[in-house]
Design a protein around this ligand. Structure first.
Ligand SMILES: *Cc1c(COP(=O)(O)O)cnc(C)c1O
Length: 234
């Protein structure tokens, strides 16, 4: 199998899972955005998957992502939309704001301000999702639920940012369905104050079915599409 065949088969398998999950949940595929998480994979893979009709790609490390986005831009007519799904150190915020259209891991006020400053300097507007910690474990990133409203309001007010919604990674322990149900409650509460913040980013290769069932609007899928990453890059 060529790499192009592998990627086509990976995408078809993911779309099959998404279609089945939508059917089981009584949802329409058009309610879901698939972000192909291309971290560790080369720009040529992004170009190939974009050629299959995927418009949204996710990265987790700013240095890798900035270089890859430039490479992809020079190889394609219409550049894809880039999503930064990984944690962001405040001193990397300007680099992230320079390439990413959507940042999924906003988890603190300082980062919101740094991203907004970076976006303004780059004359861009960056969409942000507030990452919610569903188990209160700060190691996995995310704001604790009690801090979400203030962080969301700050993001909505900052000039370089647009508040898009919420994001979460299922906790290592426990049932992802319960975690995503909690995220759905947080998302609903957020929409009461910010009706435009409709994105619920949840679900990865291992738990996309549970995310679709719980009402996610955005799936972040890497391994099931591209294959297994070298373990060092997580
Ligand atoms: C790497 C990553 C993904 C993709 O994970 P897979 O299990 O490979 O599908 C999704 N979300 C975040 C935040 C990630 O870092």
């Amino acid at each position: 199998m060529t790499r192009a065949d592998e990627l086509a088969a990976g995408l078809a398998a993911v779309e099959e899972r998404v279609a089945r999950a939508c059917e089981a949940a009584g949802r329409d595929r058009s309610e879901l955005l698939l972000v192909a998480v291309s971290k560790t994979w080369p720009a040529s893979d992004v170009v190939a998957v974009a050629g299959l009709g995927v418009h949204d790609f996710g990265e987790a490390r700013d240095s890798e992502a900035v270089a890859k986005a430039a490479e992809v831009a020079s190889a394609t007519q219409a550049p894809p939309r880039w999503h930064h799904v990984g944690r962001v150190q405040s001193n990397k915020a300007a680099a992230v704001a320079s390439y990413a259209d959507v940042v999924h891991a906003l988890d603190r006020a300082r980062l919101a301000r740094a991203l907004s400053d970076g976006a303004e300097r780059a004359a861009r507007e960056v969409e942000v999702l507030v990452q919610v910690s569903l188990d209160g474990d700060p190691q996995r990133g995310g704001a604790v639920i009690a801090d979400v409203p203030a962080l969301a309001s700050l993001a909505a007010d900052l000039p370089g940012l647009r508040l898009g919604g919420v994001m979460a990674v299922a906790p290592r322990e426990g049932d992802p369905a319960r975690a995503f149900a909690l995220l759905a409650e947080v998302a609903e509460a957020l929409r009461a104050d910010h009706p435009q913040a409709t994105t619920v980013s949840a679900g990865m290769s291992g738990d996309l079915e549970q995310a679709v069932a719980a009402g996610a609007t955005c799936l972040r899928v890497g391994t099931a599409l591209f294959g297994h990453r070298p373990p060092i890059n997580g």
